[in-house]
Design a protein around this ligand. Structure first.
Ligand code: PRP
Ligand code: URA
Length: 209
């Protein structure tokens, strides 16, 4: 059986940023800044094995060769909370194509309800699905399924906090989609929130608590 790959970004800066994000006293403006910085650190890890190709360039002193990314990336934030990670990716890769998937968990069933989907051409391209919280995994799994319909070269799931339950769901439905996260937390509570977690990411990002 293929096992889903889970990479926990174990970097002191990532830990520092995550601890501040978890703190209930961190207000939305600071939360947004921290989320973007942490997304940058996790994205660095997520793109570690992307293909590069050799190009010839000239420095001010002489010709040489270097390597550049071989393909254009696609980033797909899951609305709303994934928007808090998007700017990190667009700043790193100004050429990135961006698609959007709108999903909202039903509070009772915890199942994701789809309300929006706008994806660019993903055939043969490498896709980063962005969603800070992998809780039951329903939203992440649904987004990856939607992206796969377009025949991408690869899909990577980039999140901030993940729960064992969500990783289990990805293991069953998308064992080929590696997960990059800053933490694997203990468990979900009876309302599907990650413990210890950081609360409702979307609400904290947009000040809608
Ligand atoms: C949150 C979060 C994920 C989802 C994770 O979104 O941003 O998309 O829950 O939970 P799951 O793994 O159990 O599916 P939410 O539905 O609260 O919407 P929002 O981003 O608009 O706040
Ligand atoms: N969505 C969130 O924003 N937080 C959780 O803990 C679980 C799902």
């Amino acid at each position: 059986m293929r096992h889903v790959s889970v990479t926990v970004v174990a970097h002191p800066l990532a830990e520092h940023l995550l601890t501040q994000l978890r703190d209930r006293d961190t207000p939305p403006p600071v939360f947004r800044t921290l989320a973007k910085r942490l997304a940058l650190a996790i994205t660095f890890e997520a793109i570690r094995d992307l293909p590069t190709e050799e190009v010839k360039i000239e420095t001010p002193l002489e010709p040489t060769t270097g390597r550049v990314l071989a393909d254009t990336l696609v980033a797909v934030p899951i609305l709303r909370a994934g928007l808090g990670m998007l700017e990190a990716v667009t700043e790193l890769f100004p050429e990135v194509a961006v698609g959007y998937i709108g999903l909202e968990r039903d509070e009772a069933s915890l199942l994701p309800q789809s309300y929006y989907r706008k994806l660019p051409e993903v055939a043969g391209r490498h896709v980063l699905v962005l969603d800070p919280m992998l809780a039951t995994g329903g939203s992440g799994a649904a987004a990856c399924a939607a992206v796969k319909e377009g025949g991408p070269a690869s899909v990577r799931f980039v999140c901030v906090v993940s729960a064992p339950e969500g990783i289990g769901k990805m293991q069953v439905e998308h064992p080929d989609v590696p997960i990059f996260t800053a933490a694997v937390d203990r468990q979900l509570n009876d309302r599907g929130y990650i413990l210890p977690g950081l609360g409702d990411f979307g609400d904290r990002l947009f000040g809608t608590e």
